[in-house]
Design a protein around this ligand. Structure first.
Ligand code: HEM
Length: 509
């Protein structure tokens, strides 16, 4: 009798343990679809999410509210779709990790536990050290200061010259804007400048562009494999090999600049970001725990440079592409921006950052464009480094956290007629002043907000005004304009790119 009772007890305890481990969600987990052993919540996604017609975060927000949770395989994921909740959570250090991402961690010299070198995907001490250092050095290089202005304006002038060759012709602005933005950043980081037609620059841009546009068509099977068997996932994840090859190419490019720098570098006279980084590696030679130490330091350098390019090029050029599309839909807005620039700056004078405060309508157009574009619609995934209490719920340690910025920017309870492009949301007609709005957070918010915000805002303003001063953008007859609004855009990876469109440039008299 006793053995039978013991067996029943053992089976019951094991079943409860398995149920808790594999099926039950933790106490106070945010509402969401059920969870099954091994596969998590995937089978409960509706058809429009499975076939990519609706974003998963949109479905979660509409079905379960401002804070919702699900399981991707064994990994919990929490989605926040409310400005105040995101603001509260992203202030916390314990919500500022990044998910471990095997097998993709290999692309950034990852450790066996899945953690990564560099800035964008690192966590904990490594992230703090890299972020603090990069922010300080970029600031010293003129990031966030007006000395950066001349360099950006030079790129605007070069771009205008290039575009003049296409005036009157039907054209796409797509890869043209990237050239200038990559060139500016490459100069800042490595001290090297290219002509826009230089094949080396075009090769660099094409590599970043293909990496960022690389559409990895994950299947439920590949997602589950990444969670359960990351080593095998290299073979089951579509695009893994292509992505690895692109990363290798880009690392080679940065590696080549590194070899050249090492030959000529003088610690007392740093010329650019790379020199400053080499000096920090030297300083850390007696600090084996530092992420700047020795070989690890060089891996961090290559990863951090790679991250700055990945985060800093397509985002800025895509924002500009979107804003031109909005102007093509609204020629009256374009004309009003041009009038304001002509009145304040004068025809033929170079726009400067000091003019920003004097161009309230132009600023309102830029902010409304940022809202409608929301080019990073879920920010970058964060990870909880501990259990976190939020609004009566618990976000378990190791959860992936997404901030649904697209909903924050299109929430109809806050932005009336959100699909309408309306710069007056940020402009007061009566007082003719610009109206700031804290709910516009395209750079995210809190401890991990975009490190390049200050540079991005400067580039965005100077390129936009510089181009509108010289040209008028008109729709190309016979090429219908793609529609704008929440359901438009081409989401590839973490970016929501502007749909491709054609335009004709007219030189302004
Ligand atoms: C319009 C242009 C840009 C937009 C909308 C944008 C937006 C964002 C967003 C939403 C994040 C994620 C923040 C989070 O995890 O919560 C981010 C991170 C980041 N951005 Fe940007 N970004 C832009 C331009 C730039 C530029 C020009 C650079 C630098 C050259 C840059 C460097 C970074 C870096 C390094 C991170 C990671 C920060 C970290 O993990 O601590 N970004 N950006």
């Amino acid at each position: 009798m006793l053995p039978l009772l013991l067996s029943i007890l053992l089976i019951s305890v094991t079943s409860i343990w398995l149920w808790k481990k594999l099926v039950a969600k933790p106490d106070k987990f945010p509402p969401g679809p059920p969870r099954l052993p091994l596969i998590g919540s995937l089978p409960f996604f509706p058809a429009q999410v499975k076939n990519g017609k609706q974003k998963m975060s949109t479905w979660m927000q509409e079905t379960f509210g401002p804070i919702s949770g699900l399981y991707l395989g064994k990994r919990p994921m929490v989605i926040l779709s409310d400005f105040d909740l995101i603001k509260d959570l992203y202030k916390k250090h314990e919500a500022s990790g990044r998910p471990k991402n095997k097998p993709f961690h290999e692309n950034r010299f990852g450790s066996p536990d899945g953690s990564q070198r560099g800035l964008l995907q690192s966590s904990g001490q490594e992230w703090q050290e890299q972020r603090r250092f990069t922010m300080k050095q970029l600031k010293d290089l003129g990031f966030g200061k007006s000395s950066m202005e001349d360099m950006i304006n030079e790129e605007v002038a070069k771009l205008a010259q290039l575009l003049e060759k296409d005036v009157g012709k039907e054209m796409s602005m797509n890869l043209k804007l990237n050239l200038s933005i990559v060139n500016a950043l490459w100069y800042l980081l490595t001290g090297e400048h290219f002509a826009l037609e230089d094949p080396e620059l075009q090769a660099i841009v094409a590599k970043f562009d293909s990496l960022l546009r690389l559409e990895i068509k994950n299947t439920p099977f590949s997602i589950l494999m990444e969670g359960w068997m990351p080593k095998l996932a290299k073979f089951t994840s579509p695009g893994f090999k292509h992505m690895k090859d692109l990363f290798t190419d880009i690392k080679d490019l940065v590696g080549k600049a590194l070899v050249d720098h090492k030959k000529t570098y003088d610690p007392d006279h740093p010329r650019d970001f790379m020199d400053m980084y080499l000096a920090e590696i030297d300083k850390s030679s007696n600090a084996p725990d530092s992420s700047f130490h020795g070989t690890r330091g060089e891996e961090s350098l290559v990863s951090t440079m790679l991250d700055l390019f990945l985060a800093g090029t397509e985002t800025t050029s895509s924002s500009l592409l979107w804003s031109i599309l909005f102007l093509l839909h609204h020629p009256e807005v374009q004309a009003r921006v041009q009038r304001e620039i002509d009145e304040v700056v004068g025809v033929g004078n170079q726009v400067s950052l000091e003019d920003r405060a004097l161009l309230p309508y132009t600023n309102a157009v830029l902010m409304e464009s940022m809202r409608m574009a929301t080019i990073v619609p879920s920010a970058l995934p964060h990870a909880a480094t501990e259990d976190i209490q939020l609004n009566g719920y618990v976000i378990p340690k190791d959860s992936v956290i997404l901030a649904n910025l697209l909903h924050v920017h299109y929430d109809p309870t806050y932005w009336p007629n959100p699909d309408e492009f309306n710069p007056n949301r940020f402009y007061d007609e009566a007082t003719r002043t610009f109206k700031q709005n804290e709910r516009l957070i395209p750079f995210s918010i809190g401890k991990r907000y975009c490190l390049g915000q200050s540079l991005a805002e400067k580039e965005y303003f100077l390129f936009f005004t510089g181009l509108l001063q010289r040209f008028t953008f008109e729709p190309a007859p016979g090429s219908p304009l793609p529609k704008i609004g929440r359901d438009s855009g081409v989401v590839v990876g973490i970016l929501r790119n502007a749909p491709l469109y054609k335009t004709i440039l007219k030189v302004r008299q």
